[in-house]
Ligand binder design. Structure first.
Ligand SMILES: [Zn+2]
Length: 343
């Protein structure tokens, strides 16, 4: 009986860990490949896929996937982990933010992709159909890209398919340090068109967006957020022993807003990422090239600072901060038992 879990020529027998490359195209100098690891547990269980490097300058996500693959023992695993640490290898090599240096596309706006498209479209097609579709559940690990300082959160795009949606919400709730976003089309938190997670969920694979990381950095606390989240999901689906550990009550993102500059100049920020901001609070001042303060930027609403752009000089209309509007998450039986707050 053949019990191997196979993706192209990477085949892992039960109780083994295998790695290799999936070739998706080529440059004039050689193949364009997606690195992939399969940990096929010795014991039966579900299949979880974890991906990072769809945006390949979001390094804490990449590092967490690498560490997870290195640390998981196939002899102790129930089920199968399929891990892609760097989806977008052209971006990774070039240290590009957001878009591919080959075709200029943002891969996370390109799903489901095309078998005969440009390189980003081919990567999307192969990843979705040959890798993610093989799994029961999927986590796409991200963080703030090069110009973004980001506050961690997890998100899931509601599909209207109760079985998939319950798993997706449960994964987002156990992964995030605190804030959970549930995207719904037709609301102000609509699913991102062309994203990997929403296309995977449309195909019945419960798939979450997991964000921790900032500004092209590799902060150990961001890596730890991802490692903790991945571990919690593995525990939640009983692929490894133990219960998930949730350290803070869940907050649900219900809306978001961007505060931008109306005047140009040097930006003097008065807030930090994760700050709870009040309506009317000063966000920043803009100072012109003669040293005069030409604008005091205030917040139009209460919110939590979720993205601060790293630029220190602004033009009219440039974003300064994006904020979540949050409220305590409603009870959720599948995961609330794992909340272990100090208070
Ligand atoms: Zn990203």
């Amino acid at each position: 009986m053949n019990t191997a879990f196979r993706i192209r020529d990477i085949a892992a027998e039960r109780g083994t860990k295998q790695r290799g490359y999936v070739t998706v195209g080529e440059t004039p100098l050689g193949p364009i490949q997606i690195p992939l690891a399969i940990i096929h547990g010795a014991n039966a269980g579900p299949t979880l896929c974890i991906t990072a490097g769809v945006h390949a300058a979001e390094y804490p996500a990449i590092d967490a996937v690498l560490r997870t693959v290195a640390g998981l023992d196939p002899a102790a695993l129930c089920g199968t982990l399929v891990a892609v640490p760097v989806v977008n290898s052209p971006m990774f090599r070039a240290r590009s933010a957001f878009v591919s240096p080959i075709d200029g596309l943002n891969l996370n706006r390109t799903f489901p992709g095309k078998a005969n498209g440009t390189i980003s479209e081919v990567i999307a097609h192969v990843l979705l159909n040959e890798v993610v579709a093989r799994a029961d559940f999927h986590i796409d690990c991200h963080g703030g890209d090069v110009p973004e300082i980001l506050w961690p959160y997890s998100g899931y795009a509601i599909q209207g398919n109760p079985a998939v949606d319950e798993r997706g919400e449960a994964m987002a709730r156990v992964y995030s340090p605190r804030i959970v976003a549930l995207y719904r089309d037709g609301t102000s938190l609509a699913a991102t068109k062309g994203s990997l997670t929403s296309e995977a969920a449309r195909r019945g694979v419960a798939s979450i967006l997991a964000e921790s990381g900032s500004a092209g950095g590799l902060d150990p606390s961001d890596v730890q957020n991802h490692m903790h989240g991945i571990s919690n999901v593995l525990r939640f689906f009983k692929m490894v022993p133990g219960d998930p550990v949730i350290r803070e009550k869940r907050m649900l993102a219900v809306d978001q807003f961007v505060v931008d500059a109306r005047r140009g100049g040097l930006l003097r920020l008065a807030i930090r990422i994760g700050d709870e901001i009040r309506k009317g609070q000063e966000i920043a001042e803009v100072c012109d090239v003669f040293g005069d303060v030409v604008e005091k930027v205030v917040s139009p609403a209460d919110g939590i600072a979720r993205i601060i752009w790293t630029h220190k000089v602004v033009n009219t209309g440039d974003p300064i901060v994006k904020c979540w509007i949050v409220e305590p998450a409603p009870p959720f039986a599948a995961t609330d038992a794992f909340i272990r707050t100090a208070a």
